[in-house]
Design a protein around this ligand. Sequence first.
Ligand SMILES: [Ca+2]
Ligand SMILES: [Ca+2]
Length: 496
Amino acid sequence: MKFWHLLVLTVIVVSAGVIWGVGGGGVAAQRSEVIPGRYIVILEPGASPDAVAAGHHLAPDHVFRSALNGFSVAVGASELQALTRDPRVNNVVPDRAMHAFPVSVGAAPIVEPLAVAAALPNSIDRVDAEGAALASPPAIAIIDTGIDFTRPELNVAGGVSFIKGNSTGQDDNGHGTHVSGTAAGRVMGTGFRGVAPGVPLYAVKVLNSSGSGSWSTVISGVDWVTNNAASKGIRVANMSLGGTGSNSANCGVSGSTVVDPLHRAICNSVQAGVVYAVAAGNSASDASGFVPAAYPEVVAVSAVGDSDGRGGHAGPATSYGADDTFATFSNFGSSVRLAAPGVDILSTVPTGNCQLCNPSGYGLLSGTSMASPHVSGALALYIALHAGVSTTGSAGTISPAALGLIAQAKPQSDFCGFTGDPGSEPFLYVGQPDTDCGALTAPTPTPAPPTATPTATSTPGGPPNTPTATPTQAPPTPSPTPTVCPPGKVKQGRCV
Ligand SMILES: [Ca+2]
Ligand SMILES: [Ca+2]
């Protein structure tokens, strides 16, 4: 059977008109990321968002109750003045744009179907996650464009949406589904799998069908995760997204004023026991200019290019640099905690109609967006394999679970490492079993988890389910290397 997948170099166009990707960012972009007329209202502890909003005759877009106390709303100048004079209001800050972090090129989504098998992804082989198995895994929240509930590879346990017109968290872009397959794709008969196969996923939709959102939608997602972490067993969250910004001291609180509500919300969530893996950004600049990557309470992840699933620089060049080198688009710097594969990553996408959809259900994407979920899956593995490890972090630092995963990462100088990074973060290493970033071992079929999955039924009006091949006990045939567009052959995102 032939599988098709796509080479996607997608564009993320911010509502304010900024095009993100290689070389994006900078001061001009930072100014334009403020969303005119929209504000995040932070309330004093104990004040009721409903009462304050009603008192000012406002209808909030989003209400925050767990990671932050407040709401977001569109207001004019006089209403804004009245809000800032209200003693129940701690602070009012402008809402800002946020976006997914796949690499973007050109002005329209580019889809390039290529004939390759949906085999074990090189990136899973590269971090030696191909043999990893799980007992009592924690759940992962994918804070993104949603997840395609119909993918047979994904164990979607639930979903929520903070985007108008979408109530379930079903993915209408493809980015979140690709991220999900990398973090937790089940072991398939084709050899495909993610880092932590079959882990329950929660779709937390904060980005729209174009991959764009705002601080208020992202805070809503963090708020939901914080509120549901204990009851749903969520101990890891992935945020392959970001916007311009910088670290704010003391979890975003200056004196008694919350000056950075995103930082405050993430700190509260981290203190509630959720480890955050986030994309460092794709602007080939210091990650300290991007949030949430700049916050010291998250695990910010940079991207490395690998073409053969092995260390040692012996593979052909990737779309973004030589084999086993720092991706040319990746952000860098001291706020980055880990590096992981992020170039030409093979993972799941929806089969319907969307920016990153493909009839095959698989696609290649590049970006720090694709590096981060390798770490999210690895965090879930680490937590499952280290009973009792704490996932709770505090202001200015990350949790023991995150520190433990970083401690088992490989130095850049190792055979499993890489070159070309201005910073010094180590390379993600899962090592289950430790095959030294080289030997391909047979994937172990994972029994379907007890959680009921939506994969057994067709979505009314949706595409038919992709047939799932029966896992075989025979050793897999050597997996074809996913086709990579040769260097210099990418024109406007198309392989020429
Ligand atoms: Ca391997
Ligand atoms: Ca390599």
